[in-house]
Design a protein around this ligand. Structure first.
Ligand code: ADP
Length: 190
């Protein structure tokens, strides 16, 4: 099994690259952001709860996010492996993921972090906001908060996996194909 964490700040291209990687490696793509948006779209209790955090650019509480992620992993018992996109975003989530995979006799193979400058991600998110219909993509104040939260709460996840020798940075600037090529090279080397 190969279990990849696609990591990086909001707007760094995780979703775009994950879609290409799933095809190439036949893995199951789990995006916690997509799962929350699905719940919000259906106005479920989970969706309503998630919305109250997402619209402020805050993280949804760990207990909620971890529970949702576990359900999704459990729903795919025959997977060759997973691409986790937007998860883990806190060290507590990383610990929970390691525990979950260990129970299944597997582990995180590697974390690939897309390296993109703050100016570039803000521009990319604002551009995406014109068509994504995402309220959290249309307000510079919310975007700035998401970047702040990423720096404070999420970058420690990189260090957590770096200590285990599993984290690496990938240049996230350039064309979609160039970045995809860099990711594939890193995955093939794992
Ligand atoms: P981005 O494009 O900013 O990377 P995502 O689509 O991955 O955003 O997620 C959108 C929002 O959903 C996040 O800003 C956050 O509020 C919430 N969210 C997504 N994944 C998680 C997570 N693992 N833990 C907590 N909140 C999350």
């Amino acid at each position: 099994m190969i279990n990849l964490i696609l990591f990086g700040p909001p707007g760094s291209g995780k979703g775009t690259q994950a879609a290409k990687l799933v095809e190439q490696y036949e893995l199951v793509h789990i995006s916690t952001g997509d799962l929350f948006r699905y719940e919000m779209g259906n106005d479920t209790p989970l969706g309503k709860l998630a919305k109250s955090y997402i619209e402020k650019g805050e993280l949804v509480p760990d207990s909620v996010t971890i529970g949702m992620l576990k359900n999704k992993v459990d729903a795919n018992p025959d997977a060759n492996g997973f691409i986790f996109d937007g998860f883990p975003r806190t060290v507590a989530q990383a610990e929970a993921l390691d525990e979950l995979l260990e129970e299944k006799g597997t582990a995180v193979s590697g974390l690939l972090s897309l390296d993109v400058s703050d100016e570039e991600i803000t521009q990319r998110i604002l551009l995406r906001g014109k068509t994504s219909g995402r309220a959290d993509d249309n307000d510079e104040k919310i975007i700035r908060n998401r970047i702040e939260v990423y720096k404070n709460e999420t970058t420690p996840v990189f260090d957590y996996y770096a200590k285990a020798g599993k984290a690496q940075k990938i240049d996230g600037m350039g064309s979609i194909e160039e970045i995809f090529g860099r990711l594939c090279a890193a995955i093939d080397a794992l």
